[in-house]
Design a protein around this ligand. Structure first.
Ligand SMILES: Cc1cc2nc3c(=O)[nH]c(=O)nc-3n(C[C@H](O)[C@H](O)[C@H](O)COP(=O)(O)OP(=O)(O)OC[C@H]3O[C@@H](n4cnc5c(N)ncnc54)[C@H](O)[C@@H]3O)c2cc1C
Length: 258
């Protein structure tokens, strides 16, 4: 293991944060219990006082085929997974295109687009050295109870990369905000959309400092320049409070606040 300083105002997708010393884990290291693991920081909002952090080094960014199984290391970026699937004519990973992050982050969030979710195609995960079958992991809409650090995952290989589906999903993405964000700030409550609720309480486009609820997609908290953690947190709390007052619905954060 070794330490690396990462500037979250550059590294995180929402471009909020400060330089932080991160413990980088290498193959064979014992995983510390007192540190929070991050992936690509595409779903994170870092406070001025985050817990001690760690990250999987490039030792965990591998991908290999073993008979009919694809084994992918958790630090593997989603873009590289899609390129690999395309090159080897493997189906199932098309939805990961334009879904920024690492495999580990996708698994922890059960990330997905429309009806496509990573758990749909998952076979098993290696949690701190032990393989655990998907059926033994509680999971649902944007959550998975992994119970530890996932170092790799297995997927059964199904042939036939779907270029038409890929293009369809990419065009879906073209109407998302281009400003830095962490994707959707809140999970959609059952039977409704967080974006619709935020818009209904008059917060679409609402700005505090350089942070704002996007004009393009109300559930995206965007950074318009030098957005701060305090402004982001203010807007998150304001949306929760207003939506609760008007609709009696408790919005739940999808974004992880550290
Ligand atoms: C522009 C934009 C669009 C987005 N659109 C979508 C979308 O359509 N659908 C969607 O689902 N998400 C979307 N997201 C959110 C993001 O892409 C996903 O949540 C992604 O899976 C995060 O991966 P990450 O590696 O960046 O994880 P991080 O943000 O670094 O971490 C997220 C969580 O994963 C945990 N984690 C990371 N690695 C591991 C591991 N190896 N083992 C255990 N836990 C781990 C962390 O502890 C943390 O709790 C979007 C984000 C952006 C910026």
């Amino acid at each position: 293991m070794f330490f690396k300083t990462i500037d979250f105002s550059k590294y995180s997708s929402i471009k909020v944060g400060q330089p932080i010393e991160i413990l980088m884990l290498e193959k064979g290291d014992t995983i510390p219990k007192d540190r929070y693991l991050i992936g690509g920081a595409n779903n994170l909002l870092i406070s001025p006082n985050p817990p001690p952090l760690m990250m999987l080094s490039k030792d965990f960014a591998n991908i290999e085929q073993d008979n009919d199984m694809l084994i992918i290391g958790s630090a593997m970026p989603t873009g590289r997974i899609v390129s690999y699937a395309k090159k080897h004519n493997i189906s199932g990973f098309e939805f990961c295109s334009k879904l920024p992050g690492t495999l580990g982050g996708m698994l922890a969030m059960n990330a997905g687009v429309k009806s496509y979710e990573i758990f749909n195609i998952l076979d098993s995960v290696a949690i701190e050295g032990k393989w655990v079958a998907k059926k033994d992991i509680k999971h649902g809409y944007r959550f998975a109870k992994l119970g530890g650090i996932v170092t790799a995952a297995k997927f059964r290989i199904v042939k036939g990369f779907d270029k038409v589906l890929l293009d369809e999903l990419l065009s879906l993405r073209s109407n998302q905000p281009h400003d830095p964000s962490a994707g959707s700030a809140f999970k959609n409550p059952e039977g409704d959309y967080a974006g619709r609720l935020i818009e209904s309480v008059g917060l679409k486009g609402y700005r505090k400092g350089d942070m704002a609820w996007s004009e393009v997609h109300s559930n995206f908290l965007i950074n318009m320049g030098n957005g701060t953690f305090d402004d982001a947190k203010y807007l998150i709390d304001l949306a929760k409070q207003k939506v609760f007052e008007v609709f009696d619905i408790e919005l739940k954060e999808e974004i992880k606040i550290l």
